[in-house]
Design a protein around this ligand. Structure first.
Ligand code: ZN
Ligand code: ZN
Length: 429
């Protein structure tokens, strides 16, 4: 995407017509005003018409996003794939630090009451960083659009609506399908996706049924404690054999774990940044919308459904994958720290010490550089001696032609460009 600014300094719609941009720059009809993000300013008068865009976001370890115009055109869609190893690395570091502190190596008395991170609403740092990265990437995304609304799926189900199914209001009058889907999403979380009779997970060709523990006819309610999640087959069988009578009303207690902490953190952050430009929606609505748009279950398709458009007129073919990668090597995460070196290391900065790279025949290879191996594009994911491991964007290893092993010799590698720890690639869905 190229950001476009009009002659008068007003932001216009971004463009993907890179050829046209190149020509305009060559012919002196536009100038580059920023390289990152790539922004041009037109030097001729144009009508300053902008279209309203809705940016849908489905946050998670893989965050789906999509940008839809009001006319049903999908301008872009993609996935932000966050690292999932941070939590375990932090846990490992904690254990190592603790054992280090328990060794009697102190030269001063231990400090106490020096932990000021017990503030209310504080999240574990592994979750905090996820939320922060999602917010940053979404900020970047919406900055391309002059007129936008942000829509974010904040939870799978709407708790408010479940506890009080009869409350009125526009969004609560969408009919029984919506209420059913909402209850189903809630039960799937409460029961960890398992049937309450046979205690097994989802079965192909055997959908979920919701059973009323006290039947509706006997005054049983639609409230969560009266609902049970069953396989369709278990439900039918259970009614015949009477096995359902052993089901007891669930405790009304709803644990904090049922709320996705990252998503609620995001809700606060986005509200603070975007005010009334951001709206929140629920997963049960997303799945209904996605089915009516006839889209497959993919993160970016969920994001299209989240935008709330009723018809997809013109869908973009390529999906953008934004992948977070580990760039640094922090020995603190390791049980066996690196050994010292022969010469004291006084010149290299800490940053360089932690950044893994190799130099072969004067050519430097750094982690996550974009490279080409036998015609296939990929990224350097690791080193062994003078060879590299190369992965594609999906994490599959690329081997040199005719080789059965994963190591690729440096002379087989064609360098394309360096990367930081965010890799972006547009791939076919
Ligand atoms: Zn079952
Ligand atoms: Zn039933």
């Amino acid at each position: 995407m190229v950001k476009v600014i009009s002659k008068n300094g007003k932001q216009l719609m971004p463009t993907k017509r890179y050829g046209k941009v190149r020509r305009m720059l060559k012919e002196g009809k536009a100038v580059i005003i920023s390289k990152k993000p790539f922004t041009i300013r037109l030097l001729f008068d144009t009508p300053e018409i902008v279209q309203h865009a809705t940016v849908g976001v489905d946050p998670g370890d893989t965050t789906g996003y999509a940008v839809a115009l009001d006319n049903g055109k999908i301008v872009e869609k993609g996935e932000i794939r966050l690292r999932t190893d941070v939590k375990s690395l932090l846990a490992a570091r904690k254990v190592l630090r603790r054992s280090r502190r328990n060794r009697n190596t102190r030269y001063r008395k231990a400090r106490f009451l020096n932990r000021c991170n017990k503030k209310a609403g504080r999240l574990p740092s592994s979750i905090e960083q996820k939320a922060r990265h999602i917010v940053n990437k979404i900020n970047e995304l919406v900055s391309y659009y002059p007129d936008y609304t942000l829509k974010i799926e904040i939870n799978k189900f709407d708790m408010q609506k479940l506890i009080n199914p009869d409350i009125s209001g526009v969004e609560y009058q969408q009919g029984s399908l919506y209420g059913y889907e909402n209850a189903k999403q809630f039960l799937l979380v409460r029961e960890s996706g398992k049937c309450q009779l046979c205690h097994k997970g989802y079965k192909e060709n055997d959908g979920w049924h919701i059973h009323h523990i006290i039947p509706r006819a006997d005054g049983g309610t639609n409230k969560p404690d009266n609902l049970a999640l069953l396989h369709k087959s278990c439900h039918i069988k259970g009614h015949k054999t009477g096995a359902l009578s052993k089901l007891k009303k669930a405790k009304q207690f709803i644990s904090a774990a049922m709320y996705n902490a990252v998503r609620y953190k995001l809700m606060d952050e986005f509200k603070a940044i975007y005010g009334d430009k951001v709206a929140f929606t629920y997963g049960y609505l997303t799945s209904i919308n996605r089915r009516s748009l006839e889209l497959e279950k993919e993160h970016y398709n969920d994001a299209i459904a989240i935008t709330g458009i009723t018809e997809v007129k013109d869908n973009v073919i390529l999906i953008t994958v934004i992948k977070q990668a580990r760039k640094k090597k922090r020995s603190l995460h390791e049980a066996t720290a690196r050994k010292g070196r022969k010469e004291p290391n006084v010149h290299s900065v800490r940053n360089a010490k932690n950044t893994k790279e190799i130099t072969v025949n004067g050519r430097k290879f750094a982690l996550w550089d974009k490279v080409k191996v036998c015609g296939k594009k990929g990224y350097i994911s690791g080193f062994t001696g003078n060879a590299c491991y190369v992965q594609d964007i999906n994490g599959d290893y690329i081997k040199a032609d005719g080789k059965s092993y994963k190591q690729v010799a440096a002379d087989k590698i064609e360098h394309i460009r360096r990367n930081n720890n965010w890799i972006t690639e547009r791939i076919l869905a």
